[in-house]
Design a protein around this ligand. Sequence first.
Ligand SMILES: Cc1cc2nc3c(=O)[nH]c(=O)nc-3n(C[C@H](O)[C@H](O)[C@H](O)COP(=O)(O)O)c2cc1C
Length: 198
Amino acid sequence: MNISVILGHPSLQSFNHAIAREAVAALQENGHRVFYHDLYEEGFDPILWGADAKGAVAPPGSDPMRQELTMSDGLIIVHPNWWGQPPAIVKGWVDRYISERVAYLFPDEDEGGGVPIGLFSDKRVLIFNTSNTPKQREKEVFGDPLQILWKHCIFDYCGVKTFHRRMFSTIVNSTLEERRGWLQEVRETTGQFFPKQA
Ligand SMILES: Cc1cc2nc3c(=O)[nH]c(=O)nc-3n(C[C@H](O)[C@H](O)[C@H](O)COP(=O)(O)O)c2cc1C
């Protein structure tokens, strides 16, 4: 399988980097082809500039990332919770690449106000997040905005049927043992989600 891994964290020493490394190792172990994007490392420009807003409907083959997304079988996205949102660099990647004709289409008679046809129905999407808020408080006080964003607003919209998101928390006061356990979980979840191909 072709799997794109998208990481949005500025520090190489972060737990997010450790998660991404573990996920990539599990994918490689299972024989998958990995397209790895550390967006900060790549100096990714997250702004959808005016001229590009039209580019949001550019054909799938018009850019390497669009081509990659079109041919990928799955996506793994790794980022911390920043104000209930992904870091801006990840949000910009969504703006620029989870785009019309790559991820969804509108039927001919629909100018964009209706329900789209998702083009990602065969793709599997796995999201790993980190935060410093305990799970229950995240749900009860904040309404788990990252779940709403990734599951409902983005990947349901694009037709994804196989979706899993895991938030690791709380990072700030976690022990080495906890972190080791979480990384083991990342390894296992990734391996199960993207199993070895016959
Ligand atoms: C700009 C910014 C905003 C943040 N907002 C939140 C937040 O809304 N909720 C939360 O639980 N943690 C928040 N945090 C804490 C990060 O989620 C936490 O530092 C990160 O998940 C730890 O993982 P790391 O070691 O890989 O950085 C924020 C951190 C930063 C830098």
